[in-house]
Write a protein that binds this ligand. Structure first.
Ligand SMILES: [Zn+2]
Length: 244
């Protein structure tokens, strides 16, 4: 399709927003320094509230826009236990589901955990950013299959059908991830990094995608999204990633 743009918001439900605390300045990763605003590069920030989700749905319908969201199927607790998104954030899950049913929102798979479970807590003296990517090539093939399988099941239990789009956390994935994606119903992977494979999975780049994170809305408010929608709407129409 020509002249279509897909808005894509990542990190919905991901506990990485709590635990991926690192500084842009290497010497500032010591102890509490990385928690202080001028030194902080990513987390921590809060999950979007139910009110913000209502605002998002209202914006989408007002501007005839659509939004693909990358949902991380489970929240990873401090003790490494996992809790499905719809149980950890039941209010938000209900509102998002109504957006899905009205075809304003596409739920895409953004991993099971977004991180290497067990290595996800902030380090005392160094950055832990690397462990907040889930599908490293060095992880066993079984890890890729287990994580894709379980996340697909959890997302299906919530929205009622199989999710067909996968957004690799941090654009990190491998041939094992693609094989697993194909086996568990993923039809397309959207990433800035293209990995050619022999599978039927369609790997699509970000040329027709406007990627951002829930962090922008949490930090800059719903007006940030409204401004982006108004800018993009001037010469493009909105589509879900699955319809590109
Ligand atoms: Zn992410």
């Amino acid at each position: 399709m020509n002249n279509y743009i897909a808005l894509r918001m990542d990190d919905v439900g991901a506990s990485s927003k709590k635990f991926n605390v690192y500084s842009k300045y290497p010497f500032c990763n010591t102890l509490f320094l990385k928690y202080l605003p001028p030194f902080r590069a990513w987390g921590p920030y809060n999950e979007l509230s139910e009110e913000k989700w209502f605002d998002i749905l209202n914006l989408l319908s007002k501007f005839n826009a659509k939004l693909t969201i990358g949902v991380t199927a489970c929240y990873v607790n401090k003790d490494s236990s996992l809790i499905p998104f719809y149980e950890k954030f039941p209010g938000q899950a209900k509102i998002i589901l109504s957006g899905v049913q009205n075809e304003l929102i596409e739920v895409a798979n953004h991993g099971l955990s977004h991180c290497i479970i067990g290595k996800h807590l902030p380090n005392m003296f160094s950055s832990n950013r690397k462990n907040h990517r889930e599908f490293w090539d060095c992880m066993p093939r079984k890890w890729h299959f287990d994580h894709i399988k379980t996340s697909q099941k959890i997302l299906k239990d919530w929205i009622g059908y199989q999710v067909s789009t996968f957004i690799p956390p941090g654009n990190v994935y491998s041939l094992d991830t693609i094989d697993a994606a194909e086996e568990f119903g993923i039809m397309r992977i959207n990433s800035s990094k293209i990995i050619p494979s022999q599978t039927k999975v369609n790997i699509i780049n970000e040329d027709s995608v406007y990627p951002f994170h829930d962090r922008e809305i949490e930090l800059y408010g719903i007006a940030w999204l409204e401004n982006r929608i108004k800018e993009l709407k001037q010469n493009q129409e909105f589509a879900l990633i699955r319809d590109l």
